[in-house]
Design a protein around this ligand. Structure first.
Ligand code: AMP
Ligand code: GLY
Length: 423
């Protein structure tokens, strides 16, 4: 079989490595991929948002199955366009990807169907938003409606910060059109859990839970990033909580999307907060998380392609999806300065001995040399029987790799380790 994976980060590298385990897979194309992914797939210089070029490439190259991984092409209708040409795909159509594409849509969906989430108000008028803030409880959370590269959420600790956030989104348009509508919502507290799930619109099969580390610095300090590391499973997510989430969040969401005529097929990511009043949805993503995928897929015992095809064919209920009874830790090696300005173009080498679970997020290939080419450069993963061994091994692997200006957090998994001791 000839496969095509749309995207070019660490998440896509993890998906490609897993898909390759199936002996029926003869060839994988990555659009656009990156210099590190080139070791596992043929990279094609077509951007993930260039839907016409993606479809043409798939048709001309006889692609048998496509996986669309990033949010942008999903929201732009890549799956719809590929399916129109008869190419089976993993990923939701545009009318379902809106669950991530519009925060107003997802908040209204949850309100309509009684799915627990933070209380909220929607504003299209800046003066009304500012007036509302005069009496809103503080801290408060301001969110741009549309996609904003994961940056469209501002937690405001003071009224002034909240007002500045509203002005920057609605008047200064720092997130472009994404900020023409905003959501102002209740500030929730509690441990966060990421639950990725497979769903074919009939059943929902949660994958092993995980914990992201979003802040740039140790002890959760500094700016928000795309994610500096992950562990799986998440020790806060007990089996009792998992059962509650299935009944109050996962199944109701699938049913709600069906009732709206927006059946979701693909990977639905539930960003949850375990609040003192029970689990609540912080956000939905219409795709695999990055870097959650880099710890979840190494623990998947079942064949990924088989599971993905079952999602496409609506036969997930009859398909086994099994995870190893083990732990994984992924440490992101980034470029110093990320998520603000950083330099790139530094040479790196990944020793053969660790390459199996190093996922390349941002690298280019020049004259046979691998060069840093992004904020997040590598996701270095290890799998072990216990969390502490997984953490230790991930950091041992990190120490075998070096490049100029490399930066990583030193405490990935530390909080999970502590929580695990108390559970
Ligand atoms: P997002 O970009 O939607 O993943 O949000 C970034 C982060 O903001 C989340 O991971 C949470 O830590 C935080 N966040 C979002 N909404 C809320 C909320 N209502 N209360 C507290 N924290 C929140
Ligand atoms: N790691 C969070 C995300 O993929 O959105």
């Amino acid at each position: 079989m000839k496969l095509m994976v749309v995207g070019g980060g660490g998440r896509e590298h993890a998906i490609i490595k897993k898909l390759k385990e199936n002996p029926a897979v003869e060839h994988i194309y990555a659009l656009p991929g990156n210099g590190g992914i080139a070791a596992d797939a043929t990279c094609v210089d077509i951007g993930a948002k260039d839907i016409d070029a993606i479809v043409n490439f798939a048709v001309e190259n006889g692609i048998d199955y496509a996986v669309v991984a990033p949010d942008d092409p999903l929201v732009l209708g890549a799956v719809d366009a590929l399916e129109e040409k008869g190419i089976p795909c993993f990923g939701p159509r545009a009318n379902a990807a809106i669950i991530e594409g519009s925060k107003v849509f997802s908040k209204d969906l949850m309100k309509k169907y009684g799915i627990p989430t933070a209380a909220y108000e929607v504003f299209t008028d800046m003066d009304k938003a500012l007036a509302y803030l005069k009496t809103a409880p503080i801290p408060t959370v301001i969110k741009a409606d549309g996609l904003a590269l994961g940056k469209g959420v501002i937690i405001a600790a003071t009224r002034e910060e909240a007002e500045d956030a509203v002005r920057s989104m609605m008047a200064d348009k720092v997130f472009g059109d994404s900020g023409s509508r905003i959501v102002i919502e209740e500030f929730l507290t509690g441990p966060e859990v990421s639950v990725l799930s497979f769903t074919d619109g009939n059943v929902v099969v949660p994958m092993i839970s995980s914990m992201d580390h979003k802040r740039a610095g140790d002890n959760d300090t500094g700016l928000n990033t795309g994610g500096m590391g992950t562990v799986a499973p998440n020790p806060y997510y007990t089996s009792a909580i998992a059962e509650e989430c299935m009944n109050t969040i996962f199944l109701p969401t699938i049913k709600a999307m069906n009732a709206e005529g927006r059946t979701f097929k693909g990977c639905l990511y539930f960003g949850l907060m375990l609040t003192p009043n029970g689990p609540k949805v912080i956000e939905y993503n219409c795709r695999f998380g990055d870097p959650e995928t880099q710890v979840v897929l190494p623990l998947l015992k079942s064949d990924l392609l088989t599971v993905m095809q079952a999602v496409t064919n609506g036969t997930l209920a009859e398909t086994t999806v099994e995870f190893a009874d083990a732990h994984a830790c992924c440490v992101i090696m980034a470029s110093k300065g990320y998520p603000s300005a950083y330099e790139k173009g530094f040479e790196m080498t990944i020793p053969e001995t660790v390459a199996d679970t190093v996922y390349v997020a941002g690298a280019s290939l020049k004259d046979g040399k691998l060069l840093t080419n992004g904020g997040r450069v590598l996701g270095v993963t290890a799998v072990a029987d216990t969390l502490s061994e997984a953490i230790e091994e991930a950091y041992a692997r990190v120490k075998t790799i070096s490049f100029e200006n490399a930066y990583y957090r030193n405490d990935i998994g530390a909080r999970a380790l502590k929580a695990g001791e108390n559970h």
